[in-house]
Design a protein around this ligand. Sequence first.
Ligand code: KPL
Length: 304
Amino acid sequence: MRVAILGAGAMGSWLGALLAHAGHDVTLLARREHAAVVASQGLLVTGRTQLAVRPKVATRPEDAAVPDLLVVSVKAYDTAKAMRDAAPLLGARTQVLSFQNGLGNVETISQSVDPRRVFAAVTTHGVTFVEPGHVEHAGVGYFRVGSPAGERDAARRLAAEIAKTGLEVEFSDSIVGEVWAKVVVNAAINPLTAITGLRNGALLQVPALRELMQRVVEEAVDVARAEEAPLPGDDMLARARRVAELTAGNKSSMLQDVERGRPTEIDAICGEIVQRGLARGVDTPVNLTLRALVKGVEESTRRR
Ligand code: KPL
């Protein structure tokens, strides 16, 4: 399969490395510094996955060939622009897999691609960008693939193809609920790590932060229920705690963003919970506060 990874940061590079190792023809569309190192020395994955691969690289979509599968792993705030720029990569049969955090990505992608060819992958594996050319798989989790448009057979085939990399991949018949559940997990972990500088697992060791995680989850679940989102049946707080445990050594993507002076995905996570809560008359004071504090952290790193 010819695969292009649009936005090859930590997660995208990890998935790209697995697919390249399994024999797929992979092109990473990456930032200049990462692309330069991968082009000259290859891509190194350490930690729970250990691989050294040599995928193709490009910095502009027009320099890559039209893929069978376009994996979108850009930050949620970049999805609309990235999809506009990726127009040359969208062939008549190209399938698009949103491999992102946050609410609203599938809807944005579906504005430029037939929704029947848009799939979503939700994962709680934790991957850290160490330096250009090197990512660390720091924590294991689940990896679920589904079709928001209900294209079950195609989604099953895609999940099976990705599973050939050796990764445990599940087909989900309720990927919209899984995307929501991941947002609940991210709301409970990412802003708390970005504000405190702690790794995921350390959140569980501070009683006040454990309590805050619980409040975030309760609010998010209230909003999801008010929207009648098909949240999975398991306890979302237990799920968030388990993810923090299993990715204990990982720096959340939001902490990585803050440390690198980049914008975070807070708007697509707590911001979406707040907005959707407002629309349904559900109060979300904790998510509102976390959103504001992360915005403050972003501003202070910009001013340094
Ligand atoms: O999705 C993640 C992220 O960092 O964005 C988790 C699962 C919390 C892993 O760190």
